[in-house]
Design a protein around this ligand. Structure first.
Ligand code: UD1
Length: 417
């Protein structure tokens, strides 16, 4: 198991380009199954979650190879219609293969996806939507046995909450279903739009992605395509947090600023200067940050739950009090106890965390317990006085590509051991 050793206190400077979006790559990799041929996916980040998706594709008989940041997947020949629990458990997002396998083969046998560090993450919305589209789903002993008895057909589906994964699963299955599907109260995240762009470039007919009503007219077949993933907005927000806590000035290229409209004001409220020119974002942080006061996580276009943890590291060293309200997941504060070991002053009650900013964090050995929590600990260690050691780096590597190298290229003292 690797650990990060961070000598805090270095200012950062220079330019970075965020990796391709993990949350785009995972559904798009599953959706390649619909194309029966070779898809070329550019800007596909090298992450353990992406490798887990590729392992599933290979297991069922596809070929997948990587050339730098490009992944080439050939889904022309497939031998298996089941996904073993060992592969399903590697990541919770493996549930996205449900819609893709059903759309391609009309059947699939898979176990429930992996448990999750963020508290219970049910898949009831995925299952009820697919049932409405004609899929018979038998759940027993942690296994899902699914088949289409008559035909996979379109349906009018209203989601009680705008679930990202459920919206994606429905879109993928509906792309090859007979008739039209309408998703009401759909998730509006940029990754939903990226998935729709991928599917449409394969010949699908999806309208309204990015809005709360998405219409999918099913087509007979899809063809392979070439697609580039959008940049990862959460990695960008994490880099901005790293710049903020170290009083630094950095430039991020290849960003889509409109994806970060709920994130920029938090940094501006903290006293950071943000200059946007086209796809380039420059952030300059003051000597002492001000507290951003109130941060409530919400579905897009609200403040993203995935940025809550890294931004909390910023609030931990800001002047004043910040209140966080985590509305998306039940246990998304596992980083709090570790931030407190680094000297932060944070109290949690239910979905509320109250952060009283301190002047300095101190070094400590801390353990990450989930992906974004791991990023928050690295950000905090960058400004903590002395040498900190962060374990649980396997969580970080689910979502951040070569994070230690990216930070080192900006002048941080971070080593992976
Ligand atoms: C996706 C993102 C994740 C992000 C989250 C919220 C991917 C691969 N992951 O996760 O990084 O943190 O969106 O922006 O894109 N829910 C149900 N029943 C369901 C499905 C979801 O109750 O069937 C609940 C969840 O418990 C959660 C809320 O809906 O409280 C939102 O979850 P959802 O949008 O589905 O998140 P994911 O797609 O899992």
């Amino acid at each position: 198991m690797s650990v990060f050793v961070v000598n805090g206190g270095r200012r950062l400077s220079g330019e970075v380009e965020p990796q391709g979006s993990k949350n785009s790559a995972l559904p798009i990799l599953a959706a390649t199954l619909l194309c029966r041929g070779e898809c070329v996916l550019h800007n596909c980040p090298r992450l353990s979650d992406v490798e887990a998706s590729l392992a599933i594709l290979r297991y069922i008989g596809c070929t997948a190879r990587r050339e730098g940041s490009t992944v080439i997947v050939d889904t022309g020949s497939v031998e298996r219609f089941e996904i073993p629990s060992e592969l399903m458990h590697r990541m919770r997002s493996s549930i996205i293969f449900l819609g893709a396998m059903i759309a391609r083969f009309d059947r699939v046998r898979m176990s429930f996806p992996g448990g999750c560090e963020l508290g219970p993450r049910p898949i009831d919305l995925h299952l009820s939507a697919l049932r409405e589209m004609g899929v018979v789903i038998c759940e027993e002993h942690g296994e899902l046995d699914c088949y289409v008895s008559d035909e996979l057909h379109g349906a009018n589906i209203t989601l009680p909450i705008p679930s990202v994964g459920a919206t994606e699963n429905i879109m993928i299955a509906a792309a090859l279903a007979n008739g039209t599907t309408v998703i009401s109260n759909a998730a509006r995240e940029p990754e939903i739009v990226d998935l729709a762009d991928f599917l449409n470039s394969c010949g699908a007919r999806i309208h309204g992605a990015g809005e709360s009503s998405v219409v999918i007219e099913g087509v007979e077949r899809l063809h392979p395509t070439i697609h580039a993933m959008i940049p990862d907005r959460i990695v960008t927000a994490t880099m901005m947090s790293a710049a903020a806590v170290t009083g630094s000035d950095i430039t991020m290229k290849g960003v889509i600023p409109s994806h970060l409209e709920s994130v920029f004001p938090v940094f501006r409220d903290s006293g950071c200067e943000i200059n946007i020119k086209g796809n380039t974002v420059r952030i300059g942080a003051p000597y002492r940050l001000r507290s951003p006061k109130l941060i409530r996580t919400m579905p897009y276009p609200g403040f993203p739950t995935d940025a809550q943890a890294p931004v909390m590291s910023m609030a931990a060293v800001a002047d004043g009090m910040t209140v966080f309200v985590e509305n998306m997941f039940l246990s998304r504060y596992s980083h709090v106890s570790e931030l407190c070991r680094l000297g932060a002053d944070i109290r949690v009650e239910g979905k509320v965390a109250v952060v009283d900013g301190v002047k300095k964090l101190l070094c400590a050995d801390v353990r990450a317990q989930d992906l974004r929590g791991a990023a928050a600990l690295v950000v905090a260690a960058l400004c903590a006085r002395g040498q900190s050691q962060i374990s649980g780096i396997e969580y970080l590597e689910r979502g951040y590509e070569d994070f230690e190298l990216v930070l080192s290229s900006l002048g941080a003292d971070v080593k992976k051991i």
